[in-house]
Design a protein around this ligand. Structure first.
Ligand SMILES: Cc1ncc(COP(=O)(O)O)c(C=O)c1O
Length: 413
């Protein structure tokens, strides 16, 4: 079948996390033989059990009448009501249950669909619709945009700009690079950020909202990590808290990380009713919503004391795990400034050892020699070269084992 897929889709490589999984599986036997059974610090997927009450509720709902039939794309009313309640409880944001919320089969599904709904595909680079994305940032943004026939333009998050770049300068650079301002459809922001673990100030987010209003750009806030934080002072907030934000903004939320249910596939989109409405219409041609028992169980957990306690305890665990890894990496010579450690997400973002000039090579060596799976920084964008991401989601013992293996196998900064 010649020319079946378009050029943009043909140019897409398998998602980095899937590639790492495949490569690890290929090496697993050999690694096992040398007592280096693979330890994965690559996926952003909590490995703890979900809240017990969530499982109990799911079991209970599994036997309800009419629970196994199709749901609806927007989400069952009880799920949307629970979302509205949570947005009010957590952020003081008021949402209309009927027009400002849509359920998602995970926020990845939602992001991919919204991106393809707003892009008109083109093949010529300068003709493409543009979406501004954080760099380093979630590896899927760029691939989703490319797959949809659009152009992902990087917004550099660097230490120098305190990970809060001045958007007018980004725009000036984009024009200098020969792109057309009118092609910019949307700006994606992701605070707390994967992979950096940084968050943004309220003033900065306000300036982003003003920027998007000024240039008539849709603001897409990806709040997948809004529940993962160790410091009350850096408690993540919603962009929808700002007056007038709903005029230009939508926000993605995920249940994957806070409740360790990455396999369940639940999230929601909320905000601007026109965007949410169009999105829900488009999506209704694609899926029939989330399994109702999952929606019902999650509607419970979203506003329950058990759910809040689970998140609180989980964050204490991540803080402890971060301390284990920071201590270990420091012993291995990494220059880590304790004052600039992430207070959000479960990631550590570190420079590759001095003798390496490629993130990929370091990660490959660490996997092949020690069975430790981490992610090369350039998988998150061009500004990630020279770094790697560690996901600190496994047990304390496994994290210590990682440090011990690195010591034994001669890895140091
Ligand atoms: C920044 C970011 N957004 C979205 C997602 C997707 O999460 P899910 O599809 O499980 O809701 C992830 C997953 O790692 C992520 O890191």
């Amino acid at each position: 079948m010649k020319n079946l897929f378009n050029e943009d889709v043909m140019a897409i490589d398998t998602y980095i996390m899937v590639k790492l999984k495949e490569k690890t599986a290929q090496l697993a036997d050999a690694l096992e033989k040398k007592n280096r059974r693979p330890i994965s610090l690559s996926m952003g997927a909590p490995t703890s059990n979900p809240p017990a009450v969530l499982i109990d509720k799911l079991k209970e709902f599994l036997t309800e009448d009419n629970i196994h039939t199709y749901s609806v794309t927007r989400g069952e009313p009880y799920f949307r009501q629970a979302v509205a309640q949570r947005m009010k409880n957590h952020f003081g944001v008021e949402l209309d249950v009927n027009s400002e919320i849509c359920s998602l089969l995970g926020s990845k599904d939602g992001l991919a669909n919204l991106i393809r709904f707003i892009i008109t595909p083109h093949h010529e680079d300068k003709q493409k619709d543009i979406i501004l994305i954080p760099d380093p940032g979630y590896a899927s943004y760029g691939q989703m945009i490319q797959c949809s026939g659009g152009k992902a333009y990087p917004v550099p998050l660097t230490k120098e700009n305190n990970y809060q770049p001045d958007m007018e300068s980004v725009l000036a650079k984009l024009l200098e690079d020969g792109y057309d301002r009118s092609k910019i459809k949307a700006l994606i922001i992701n605070y707390p950020n994967n992979p950096l673990g940084v968050s943004a100030s309220r003033e900065y987010v306000k300036s982003i909202i003003d920027f998007c209003k000024k240039y008539d750009i849709l603001l897409i806030s990806d709040a997948a990590y809004c529940d993962i934080y160790f410091d009350e002072k850096e408690k993540p907030f919603s962009v929808l808290e700002f007056a007038g934000a709903k005029d230009i903004a939508v926000e993605f939320f995920s249940l994957s990380k806070p409740y360790a249910i990455t396999g369940w596939r639940l999230g929601w989109l909320c905000g601007n009713s026109e965007v949410v409405g169009r999105f829900a219409k488009g999506k209704s041609t694609i899926d029939n919503g989330i399994f109702k028992a999952l929606q019902k169980a999650c509607a419970y957990i979203l506003n329950s004391p058990e759910g809040e306690d689970y998140i609180y305890q989980g964050n204490l665990d991540y803080k402890r795990k971060q301390a284990i890894m920071v201590k270990g990496f420091k012993e291995l010579g990494w220059p880590i400034d304790e004052n600039s450690l992430p207070h959000t997400t479960f990631y550590l973002w570190l420079p590759v050892p001095r003798k390496y000039n490629s993130s990929f090579k370091f990660c490959e060596d660490l996997l092949e020699k020690s069975g430790i799976v981490i992610v090369p920084g350039d998988a998150f964008g061009e500004y990630g070269q020279g770094y790697f991401r560690v996901s600190i989601v496994c047990s304390d013992e496994q994290l210590q084992e990682v440090i011990d293996r690195m010591k034994a196998d001669g890895f140091k900064y």
